[in-house]
Design a protein around this ligand. Structure first.
Ligand code: NAD
Ligand code: IPM
Ligand code: MN
Length: 367
């Protein structure tokens, strides 16, 4: 049998810095665990635009469709702010998500014990937190038509359209219910059915799908109230399912419950491929962090934990994913902190690669 294949797209800004640490971990799995991956690397985002004049070359898109999993760092940066909208770095990522049909974006927010003191919220509120946000990723206002900037009378109008079909809601709801079944059997669906027709349909379809999962306790919340509840008492949630835009915002909010945006991984999953595993792309929730790029300050944990998600969801290696997550936890318990996690006076931050090395040492120790 051939080795499982991975396409690595480091991207821009801190993307290549955090991905370099993931590369070391992939190599470790090859040497220490005999899990050898066929790894290829390519460009996405601003760096792809610099080389090809497009943020995602067709050849890269084709490769992404063929591999077992894609790992992405981050895209974007101020250098590309003035580019035409159609070739902005972010368009490359959106094309990958859309053409691979990665409709279910899993964004787990877990607060490691060692970081409970560090959150901007009180320790009680976040200690032991373990929630999963399922964000719809290939539809909604990100992709709805009509869209654009048009002339109307003597001024311009910016237009985006929130649009959801029943089947789009149905499939992401099923993913969320399936996850809830494997966790604490609680699902909260968030929309704004009080002001948006798409929200009314969303609530109806999720309720209907819920009939197939009678063991799951389903609740509904307006997304604005959901944001409030996520900061008030996040531990009331287990799985949250929501649309593309609300999911984008709520997951950044959830990131800060765990201490830093540099901690949150994600898995974007589509329909099963011939091998039964879902089509998949794994990436940290954070962006290219232009303010710290090139300084060795980036926290690689979100990207490393994204690889752990790949082990679990694409390669059926749940025990190895646990091993990697435990290694991260152990390093944090030792007090190792990248600069984004520093609150305490007098603690020296470690660099991106020192954090990678510390995690590798824990992996070695786990054997
Ligand atoms: P960002 O996530 O890049 O940064 C927000 C803040 O968090 C910054 O202060 C940054 O230093 C910090 N931060 C983020 N990741 C970190 C890490 N791993 N370690 C330490 N600190 C970290 O968001 P932004 O500044 O709003 O966006 C910058 C660029 O990234 C934009 O072009 C945006 O479109 C893009 N972006 C890309 C993705 C992606 O590729 N998936 C996601 C979000 C934003
Ligand atoms: C994310 C990002 C992306 C999004 C951008 C970079 C396209 O913010 O993955 O959270 O808005 O989905
Ligand atoms: Mn985002």
């Amino acid at each position: 049998m051939s080795n499982p294949s991975l396409l690595i797209l480091p991207g821009d800004g801190i993307g290549p810095e955090v991905m370099a640490e993931v590369r070391r971990i992939i190599d470790w799995y090859g040497t220490a665990r005999g899990m050898v991956f066929d790894v290829s690397e390519d460009l996405v985002g601003g760096c792809a635009y610099d080389k090809h004049g497009t943020p995602l070359h067709d050849d890269t898109m084709a490769k992404a469709q063929e591999v077992d999993a894609v790992l992405l760092g981050a895209v974007g940066g101020p250098k590309y702010d003035a580019l035409d909208f159609s070739v902005k770095p972010e368009r490359g990522l959106l094309r990958l998500r859309k053409e691979m049909d990665l409709f279910a974006n899993l964004r787990p927010a877990q607060c490691f014990d060692a970081l409970a003191d560090f959150s901007s919220l009180k320790k009680d509120v976040v200690a032991g937190l373990d929630i999963m946000i399922v964000r719809e990723l290939t539809s909604g206002i990100y992709f709805g038509e009509p869209r654009g900037i048009i002339e109307e009378g003597n001024e311009r109008v910016g237009i985006n359209t929130q649009r959801y079909t029943e089947s789009e809601i149905d499939r992401v709801a099923r993913s969320a219910f399936e996850l809830a079944m494997k966790r604490n059997k609680k699902l909260c669906s968030m929309e704004k059915a009080n002001v948006m027709e798409s929200g009314i349909l969303w609530r109806e379809v999720v309720t209907e799908v819920g009939k197939d999962y009678p063991e799951v306790e389903l609740s509904h919340m307006y997304a604005d109230a959901g944001a409030m509840q996520l900061t008030r008492w996040p531990k009331q949630f287990d799985v949250i399912v929501t649309d593309n835009l609300f999911g984008d915002m709520l997951s950044d909010l959830a990131a800060m419950l765990t201490g830093s945006l540099g901690m949150l991984p994600s898995a974007s999953l589509g329909a099963p491929m011939a091998n039964g595993r879902p089509k998949a792309l794994y990436e940290p929730v954070h962006g290219s962090a232009p303010d710290i790029a090139g300084q060795g300050k980036a926290n690689p944990i979100a990207c490393i934990l994204s690889f752990a998600m790949a082990l679990r969801y694409s390669f059926d290696q749940g025990a190895e994913a646990d091993r990697l997550e435990k290694a991260v936890e152990a390093v944090l318990a030792d007090g190792k902190r990248t600069a984004d996690l520093l609150g305490e006076e007098g603690v020296q931050p470690v660099t991106t690669s020192e954090m990678g090395t510390a995690i590798l040492e824990k992996l070695d120790a786990s054997l």
